[in-house]
Design a binder for this molecule. Structure first.
Ligand SMILES: [Zn+2]
Length: 62
């Protein structure tokens, strides 16, 4: 869980796809989710570089 390697998955967000833009926070570490402070969207920690895609949920693949 390292917010610095996560990026916003929202295509409409100005900071979409930017790593280390400083916009990613962790609202709830237990739920393994991140929040983009730029657009306010939360997303699962499975988003991100391939290194972090080992833990894909079946529902996410579908
Ligand atoms: Zn965003």
């Amino acid at each position: 869980m390292n917010p610095s390697v996560q990026y916003c998955p929202n295509p409409k967000c100005p900071d979409h796809g930017k790593v280390n833009a400083g916009n990613i926070g962790v609202p709830s570490r237990k739920e393994k989710r991140f929040i983009c402070r730029t657009c306010g969207r939360t997303f699962a920690a499975t988003y991100g570089p391939p290194l972090y895609r080992r833990h894909l949920d079946p529902q996410w693949i579908a």
